[in-house]
Design a binder for this molecule. Structure first.
Ligand code: GFB
Length: 313
């Protein structure tokens, strides 16, 4: 592993979006660092430049992590395009500008693997950004996240700011959204398999053909990677945070069913969209720095299910 190039010790670290699955995992992980975590509550609307400016003037964080975002699965992305584009553009622009104006020493912006072209060569390297058309079901979200990456690059180029961006693969874990209309696939399958088991149903249904491939990472691994990158990474190029292997959605559904103890069938609703066929990321740049994920998929699903049960109880 390379030596750290940035220290969190004694710093104030603002985690924007601390109530979300990603932000809360990063806050949990930062408890192991000798730093002071700062958060903002609902009264600071991150879509408002004035509200963000006032919060930074009062709190002056030295390190900023942008985990705040309007997020959702394939259906929410397609049905709320204005929210996904506007909210995410404003959140990124307001936080990055305020971090610069108030002299933050480091900023980490989190994007998503959906920023890459729909038919990017697999595994997807960081250099494939903006080399082809986006996947239509999530282009609004992707455009906003690409703008965030470009803002980090622009402030670095023009002002010498140490602003970096990282692109996580599909995430899951404690604090996920289990609402079937707005969630990502993993929490949806956990809920569906659980409810099918309780009901003694013969089957549960997945959306689409079941053939799309997705790569999944437990959010605690992601939080570990974020802290690692704050300490070890300073470069204009975004860096991928991937698990390293992917599964089909049908395989995922069968694995979730096994972990949960549902032994019925998995059926498919092919009227629902598949989205991008595959988005396995090439994370070799991150691995070369000396970081690798630790939570295996089956173990991670069991953990996410335990949190789902605790939340549902
Ligand atoms: O996780 P997901 O909603 O989003 O869907 P994406 C992944 C795949 O799972 C798609 C299928 O092929 C879905 O059709 N799927 C099967 C389901 N059953 C279900 C279900 O019950 N619920 C859901 N939600 N999907 C998202 C982007 O794309 O990835 C976001 O929309 C973000 O912007 C995120 O980038 C990481 O993986 O297709």
């Amino acid at each position: 592993m390379t030596d750290p190039i940035f220290s969190l010790t004694g710093r104030t670290v603002y985690v924007a979006g601390h109530k979300g699955m990603v932000g809360s995992a990063i806050v949990r992980r930062l408890a192991d660092e000798h730093c002071t975590v700062q958060t903002s509550d609902r009264s600071t609307d991150l879509r408002s430049g004035a509200a963000v400016e006032a919060w930074f003037a009062a709190n002056r964080p030295e390190v900023v992590v942008i985990a705040a975002a309007k997020v959702g699965g394939i259906l929410a992305n397609s049905t709320l395009p204005a929210d996904f584009l506007y909210d995410n553009l404003m959140i990124a622009a307001n936080l990055i500008e305020a971090a610069h104006r108030h002299g933050a020493a480091k900023l980490l912006f989190l994007g998503s693997s959906c920023i890459y072209p729909k038919l990017a060569e697999q595994p997807i390297r960081e250099e494939s950004l903006l080399t082809g058309p986006l996947e239509p079901t999530n282009e609004w979200y992707a455009i906003a996240k690409i703008a965030g990456i470009k803002l980090c690059q622009a402030y670095r180029a023009q002002h010498g700011a140490d602003f970096i961006s990282a692109m996580p693969t599909n995430l899951y874990g404690p604090g996920d959204n289990f609402d079937l209309n707005s969630s990502h696939v993993m929490p949806a399958l956990i809920r569906k398999a659980h409810e099918a088991k309780l009901a003694g149903a013969a089957s549960f249904e997945i959306w689409g053909s079941g053939t799309p491939l997705r790569e999944f990472m437990h959010v605690d691994d992601l939080a570990e990677a974020c802290v690692f990158l704050l300490k070890h990474y300073s470069d204009p190029l975004p860096i991928n945070i991937g698990f390293g292997s992917d599964v089909t959605i049908l395989e995922l559904a069968q694995l979730v069913a096994r972990v949960i103890g549902f032994s019925g069938e998995v059926t498919r609703d092919v009227t629902k969209p598949d989205g991008t066929p595959r988005k396995l990321m090439d994370s070799s740049r991150l691995h070369a720095l000396g970081w690798a994920p630790r939570i295996a998929l089956e173990q991670g699903i069991a953990d996410a299910y335990a949190h789902f049960l605790a939340g549902a109880a």
